[in-house]
Design a protein around this ligand. Structure first.
Ligand SMILES: [Zn+2]
Length: 168
């Protein structure tokens, strides 16, 4: 099924040839990519234990979530894992009303959806996720948010958390 809608007004070239459209036909993409040691641990902890694990820099003490191997400021390798809260402060959001292909599923995401940036308690970096509130007038930077975990089975992805919701 094509999602392409032909909005051209002309149907023929100035000298009478039909304006043609070529279709690729159904296209299926099958992506596999390795998550590496840090993201594997991060995602497995989300899937199996419903918790966020970050890493702490041995020099500046900043906690990174999602985790990464090296602190970008200090160039120090980080190996101290710390649990970070699944609650935090909303730092930014955008309500998306344009259909977009979810790279995790290959399917179009239902619109509207709300992308958010959240500072989890205990972390010094910002994490991107989604929120179940799609009315921007009901969202405000600084408001408290909590993760709502997916039921069993939880996927091995960032979607082990369904979305974040406002703490009323
Ligand atoms: Zn550092």
């Amino acid at each position: 099924m094509s999602i392409y809608k032909d909005k051209r007004k002309a149907t023929h070239t100035p000298d009478g040839y039909e304006l043609l459209t070529l279709e690729s036909g159904p296209v299926e993409y099958d992506f596999h990519w390795h998550q590496g040691a840090y993201w594997s641990k991060f995602l497995a902890e989300m899937r199996d234990n419903k918790r966020f694990m970050g890493v702490k820099c041995p020099q500046c003490d900043r906690v990174f979530i999602p985790p990464r191997k090296v602190c970008g400021r200090c160039y120090k390798e980080m190996n101290e894992w710390v649990e970070v809260s699944d609650e935090g402060d909303l730092q930014g959001f955008t309500v998306v009303r344009f259909p977009y292909i979810d790279p995790n599923t290959g399917a179009l995401m239902e619109v509207p959806y709300t992308g958010i940036w959240v500072d989890l308690d205990g972390a010094d970096t910002r994490m991107m996720h989604f929120c179940n509130e799609h009315d921007e007038s009901k969202l405000e930077v600084g408001m408290r948010m909590r993760a709502v975990w997916e039921d069993e089975p939880r996927p091995t992805s960032i979607h082990a958390v369904k979305y974040f919701e406002k703490i009323e």
